[in-house]
Design a protein around this ligand. Structure first.
Ligand SMILES: Cc1cc2nc3c(=O)[nH]c(=O)nc-3n(C[C@H](O)[C@H](O)[C@H](O)COP(=O)(O)OP(=O)(O)OC[C@H]3O[C@@H](n4cnc5c(N)ncnc54)[C@H](O)[C@@H]3O)c2cc1C
Ligand code: FES
Length: 275
């Protein structure tokens, strides 16, 4: 095994410095790695808890910061429940980064339409940090975010921040509103009926639960977006993260190595893309 491969397999120790409660089921974990950790927006890491196991997550922090990494995690099962119980001072392992991140160069000079659902805001936040730092290179950014209820909306302070960023606009919708909610009600794809977007000069990014991605892609195609201008971030069951074990196979692709970011054009004929 060469050194580069060994490095990708060997976890870097990282100390938990802060836990932020984002919603009843989602928390952000701020980690301080014992050495600098670099990643590209859209790439993922394997986060390991000793004696428990590991799971893949896409960092939600800025890829331009290497001495701290944030991971936003939804409680889903065994490993994520154990991670949710951790408090400051706990030591975890990070290996990676793995896969292909967002092709930022495809966004330069364009309008970027970003659609997020639920915990899909996590990888999107990393992308938005990156694009905010490079906002001179894009024409405009429109972010449409949907969640089930107002309580499930994450990164509330960050949303306020985004609304003040030049060239950025934010639209939010919840499936079921309550008396506190002053924004849209309905599925996130309805927001596409309200926004002004010049499809010819745009690129779209979609991240969220499979059902949300399926209907978002359908609507984007109806609006005239070609498949090669729709970027998707896929979550498949993963183990090695390196294209060795085959757990993440989707047709001809290893999602861990060839993705997790794909254009719709690349994957539209592969099996089970929305599972
Ligand atoms: C590239 C990538 C990036 C991800 N980024 C994030 C992120 O930023 N934040 C976040 O909260 N989650 C993310 N996930 C999903 C996360 O990895 C799973 O929720 C986690 O592995 C579940 O582990 P568990 O042991 O807690 O659950 P388990 O006990 O293993 O399973 C509980 C339930 O979750 C389902 N599940 C297990 N693994 C996955 C998976 N990989 N994708 C979807 N469903 C799964 C199982 O089918 C089962 O229904 C990402 C997944 C991938 C592949
Ligand atoms: S996770 Fe092992 S091949 Fe993709």
């Amino acid at each position: 095994m060469n050194t580069a491969t060994l490095d990708l397999y060997t976890p870097v120790k990282a100390t938990l410095t802060k836990v932020i409660e984002e919603s009843p089921t989602i928390k952000t974990f701020v980690l301080k790695p014992e050495q600098e950790f670099h990643f590209k927006t859209g790439q993922f890491i394997e986060l390991a808890m000793e004696g428990i196991g590991e799971a893949p997550f896409t960092p939600s922090s800025s890829p331009l910061v290497s001495d701290q990494i944030e991971v936003t995690i939804m409680k889903a099962g065994f490993v994520t429940e154990k991670i949710h119980k951790l408090s400051e001072g706990a030591v975890l392992g990070i290996r990676g980064p793995y896969g292909r991140g967002y092709p930022l160069e495809e966004m330069y000079g364009k309008q970027v339409l970003v659609m997020g659902g639920g915990c899909g805001f996590a990888p999107i936040r990393s992308l938005l940090y990156n694009l905010e730092a490079e906002k001179d290179k894009i024409k405009k950014l429109t972010f449409c975010y949907g969640s089930k209820t107002p309580k499930d909306c994450i990164y509330k302070d960050y949303i306020d921040h985004l609304r003040a960023v030049d060239k950025f606009e934010v639209f939010r919708s919840v499936d079921k509103a309550d008396e506190t909610w002053e924004e849209r009600e309905g599925v996130v794809t309805n927001l596409l009926d309200e926004i002004k977007i010049n499809v010819e000069e745009s690129v779209a990014v979609v991240v969220g639960p499979p059902i949300m991605m399926k209907f978002s892609v359908q609507k984007l195609l109806e609006l005239g977006f070609p498949g090669h201008k729709i970027l998707l971030s896929l979550e498949k069951n993963m183990s090695c993260g390196l294209g060795k074990c085959g757990h993440c196979m989707m047709g001809k692709y290893f999602v861990c190595k060839d993705g997790p970011v794909f254009t719709y054009e690349e994957i539209k004929d592969q099996p089970d893309i929305w599972k």
